[in-house]
Ligand binder design. Structure first.
Ligand code: SF4
Length: 89
């Protein structure tokens, strides 16, 4: 092996660290893409008030303070849509 073919321990550690950072960055992007709401409020029949005593803050999809995992836009904790699914027992 000549001097041009030698790889230092520092080079290997640097490359492994760069690959690990790239994998972490892609993983974060994937997680964000999965979490993005896809349904518009009209399609979900969203309203900004409770319906039949049910409201967004009691739904499994609600993300405090004012978002939803599946419905786009600002979501009131006291709102409701046709996808309501209670998180209460
Ligand atoms: S009822 Fe649930 S699914 Fe519908 S907007 Fe509210 S939090 Fe989202």
């Amino acid at each position: 092996m000549n001097d041009n073919m030698r790889i230092s321990r520092r080079d290997i550690i640097g490359k492994v660290t760069a690959v690990a950072a790239a994998i972490g960055a892609f993983a974060k992007l994937g997680a964000r893409a999965e979490a993005a709401p896809t349904i518009d409020q009209a399609t979900a029949q969203y309203v900004s008030h409770p319906v039949l005593g049910n409201q967004c803050s009691w739904c499994t999809q609600f993300v405090a303070p004012s978002s939803c995992q599946i419905v786009k836009g600002t979501i009131s904790p006291r709102g409701h849509c046709k996808y309501f699914a209670t998180k209460l027992p």
